[in-house]
Design a protein. Sequence first.
Length: 215
Amino acid sequence: MNLSFFPSFSRWLPVILIAGLAGGALPASAQVAPLKPDSRKALLYTIAITDSLQVSVFGEEDLSRITRVDARGLINLPLVGEVKVFALTLRDAEQAIARAYRDGRFLRNPQVTVTVEVYAVREISVQGQVKNPQRVMLPPESAMTVLEAITKCGGFSDSAKGTEVRVTRVDADGKVKVFIVDIDSLIKGKDRAKSEDNSLLLLPGDIIYVPERMI
């Protein structure tokens, strides 16, 4: 395994690359970092519990592996041990892993790529005053908003209180978070909604509850 925290080769790599470019091609021995996966997916997708991730460290084959996100939201990697990746985007996970190798003084400038090998079951529950309360599957490589989830359930019932839709989320540490979303204002296109969570993107396990309007 080539652990390159202070690689002597790194001082000469720019010279080699420039020489290769001047000759019209890179030398056979020069390596070029692979292209990143679709940047839109890397920005939108958030990692879920039980996802299987392919973690690749460029130039360090012994550090590259497939690992599963455990119930605490952690993955286990060589040398650095546990790294929390739950609810991170793929891009943020890459940065967190790279930071772990830098902070541990194992690698100077690690180039990390994270992709999803096997997706966990990704669903949410929509309850209360919607026309068809049900579980909704989240698309694996794109985001879903609260409004989109409610729309998939047929929209609000006649007695729904759309200004105070509640989203309950339990994170990997067991902490419960509750968000209040003003869907009515979003539907009506108002500039100012009553809540600060209208841009909330859903995560697997979220519970949406639409309360009844008091008459």
